[in-house]
Design a protein. Structure first.
Length: 137
């Protein structure tokens, strides 16, 4: 997981959104977030390996992806599934490859709280479209 003050703020938002501490220890919650970021590294290896060229580990990427982590965690919990690296990677692999994470990509120019909200909605919409895509024969 990226290690900045923004990361800790994003993690705090994850804790609030999921209420994970009602069901897990702080250590368990930390392991869940670590599993998510391991899944990000697995599903977007180039962007993870060269962070200066991608928004993935910059403020907007960290905040937006951590909110997606909360969405996935809540879905898993609702379905009585464990959120681990494998489940996060499975959920991410459905849509993250469709997004241009480069500094010149779809999230370019997103900034501040309003930008985070817009980026989260963009990611959620992209994820939703891939979940319910109709395949034509």
């Amino acid at each position: 997981m990226p290690g900045t003050a923004r990361t800790f703020a994003a993690a705090h938002e994850f804790l609030k959104a999921t209420k994970i501490l009602k069901h897990q220890s702080p250590e368990g919650a930390a392991l869940t977030l670590e599993a998510f970021w391991q899944a990000v590294a697995l599903t977007l290896p180039e962007a993870w390996a060269t962070p200066r060229r991608y928004v993935l580990t910059k403020g907007i990427g960290v905040y937006a992806l951590t909110r997606i982590a909360a969405d996935i965690y809540l879905e898993d919990r609702g379905a009585h599934r464990v959120s681990d690296t494998r489940s996060f990677a499975s959920a991410l692999s459905d849509f993250v490859g469709l997004i241009d994470w480069s500094n010149e990509g779809a999230l370019k120019g997103y900034g501040g709280l309003g930008g985070v909200k817009a980026a989260v909605e963009f990611l959620r919409e992209t994820r939703h479209r891939t979940k319910y895509r109709v395949i034509r024969g």
